[in-house]
Design a protein around this ligand. Structure first.
Ligand code: HEM
Length: 409
């Protein structure tokens, strides 16, 4: 068997890497920081696997390497957490049901005014930038919005929201040593334990307090164990903003580098919702999603077999640009693109489909639209190919997004 293709931990040139993966066939073996997995880039095969009961996210039950991996693999946290993200079957339904109602389209719609107000305040601050001066939109726009929204929903005390940022960034970084990753996990659990203690002492009208109440009323842990409580908070807080930051960052970058597409929106040929969907397709916030496992042998269309117990990596970014799905223009940004059916897999597919998709879409559309309304002459302060990427094979954003908001006078 050929050696697995080694994925670049720093994700320095993802487009070229994903082209190579697609050229290797619907699924190919890759090395993910020392762990071998099948990277699946064919959209049809990926959808089939994501809806199959032969595929599980529960590493404890379905990955023979689990005990070794959690000692040494820098991404151990991604498979070790005990929440809906890693749960299978009945456990998954139980854990997802506890939080799902709070993220329904109706509940999210009710957040619209709050999101608009936060966006307006952030833009008011950016307005103070002198003509010709640069502002880092990642730092001063893309980050603070999702942090404030998820902070409100989860009941994170205002003064402690920034404290979550470094440790959540650490979850998505894939260039840490196993020791650095383990230290980040310790720091992460310290802030989560602190949050639980605070909300236990002073419950509020928020998701953390609701989950604590569900856990404490139940008593025997059958509804939610203490680990599940902690790891559900970890999931909601980390999934709740790191990804949305990337959506806002990538959406603004794409429109600044494709003025003709901005023109399509301004002239009514496309909507701000189309901008969000096309950004999610071309530059999905999550490039590869670790990890799934074959519950039994799975034959592939090309005759290969994913053997029972082998790991599977959902390579969403590569699948989204598959020419079989989006034709010759699959690698270009086109907000007027009309595809049959769902246009991308940025939120996953099947039972684990992103719970926060309505919220992410709401925040993305409001933020990107308001930004271009307020700063119609904004331009990137460096060429787009010089924007430094976040060093990660998972998350897909820039370290900074320097933009000149107003022309020099
Ligand atoms: C642009 C923004 C976002 C993107 C691209 C995104 C993408 C994803 C992806 C790819 C998955 C994993 C699917 C899989 O298992 O393969 C996921 C799961 C999840 N996301 Fe999001 N997400 C975003 C925003 C959010 C927000 C704002 C929240 C919450 C407030 C959220 C909560 C979750 C949760 C709870 C799961 C786990 C669902 C499950 O395992 O059943 N996400 N998301």
């Amino acid at each position: 068997m050929p050696q697995p293709f080694v994925l670049d931990p720093a994700g320095a040139d993802p487009d070229a890497e994903h082209r190579t993966l697609r050229a290797k066939g619907p699924a190919t073996r890759v090395d993910v920081l020392g762990v071998t997995a099948w990277s699946v880039t064919d959209p049809d095969l990926l959808k089939r696997l994501l809806t199959s009961s032969d595929v599980s996210k529960d590493a404890r039950r379905h990955w023979p390497q689990f005990n070794d991996a959690i000692q040494t693999w820098p991404l151990a946290l991604w498979v070790a957490v005990e929440n809906m993200f890693t749960a299978y079957g009945q456990d998954h339904r139980r854990l997802r049901r506890m939080v799902a109602p709070a993220f329904s389209a109706r509940r999210v719609d009710a957040l619209k005014d709050r999101v608009e107000n936060i966006v307006a305040e952030l833009l008011d601050d950016l307005e103070k930038t002198e003509p010709g001066e640069q502002a880092d939109l990642r730092e001063h726009f893309a980050y603070p919005l999702p942090i404030q929204v998820i902070g409100h929903l989860m009941g994170l005390p205002a003064g402690r929201r920034e404290g979550f940022r470094a440790v959540v960034d650490g979850v998505f970084a894939t260039t840490l040593t196993p020791e650095q990753a383990a230290a980040n996990t310790v720091a992460l659990y310290a802030v989560l334990d602190d949050l639980i203690a605070t909300r236990r002492a002073e419950p509020g009208d928020d998701m953390t307090s609701l989950l604590i109440a569900a856990r404490d009323e139940d008593g025997d842990g059958s509804a939610l164990s203490e680990n599940e409580l902690r790891d559900t908070l970890l999931l909601m807080i980390s999934a709740g903003y790191e990804t949305t930051v990337n959506l806002i960052d990538q959406g603004i970058t794409a429109l600044l580098t494709h003025p003709e597409q901005l023109h399509n929106v301004r002239s009514g040929r496309a909507t701000w919702g189309d901008v969000v969907e096309e950004t999610l397709r071309l530059e999905p916030a999550v490039k590869h999603l670790p990890m799934r496992f074959a519950v039994r042998d799975i034959p592939l269309p090309d005759g290969q077999v994913i053997a029972e117990g082998e790991a599977i990596l959902a390579s969403y970014a590569a699948a989204n640009r598959h020419p079989d799905w989006h034709g010759d223009s699959a690698e270009s940004f086109d907000v007027t693109r009309t595809a049959p059916g769902p246009e991308h897999l940025a939120f996953g597919y099947g039972a684990h489909f992103c719970l926060g998709a309505p919220l992410a879409r709401l925040e993305g559309a409001i933020a990107i639209r308001a930004f271009f309304d307020r700063f119609p002459h904004a331009e990137l302060a460096v060429p787009s190919d010089q924007l430094p990427r976040v060093a990660s094979l998972i998350t897909n954003g820039h370290q900074h997004l320097p933009v000149r908001l107003k022309p020099a006078v």
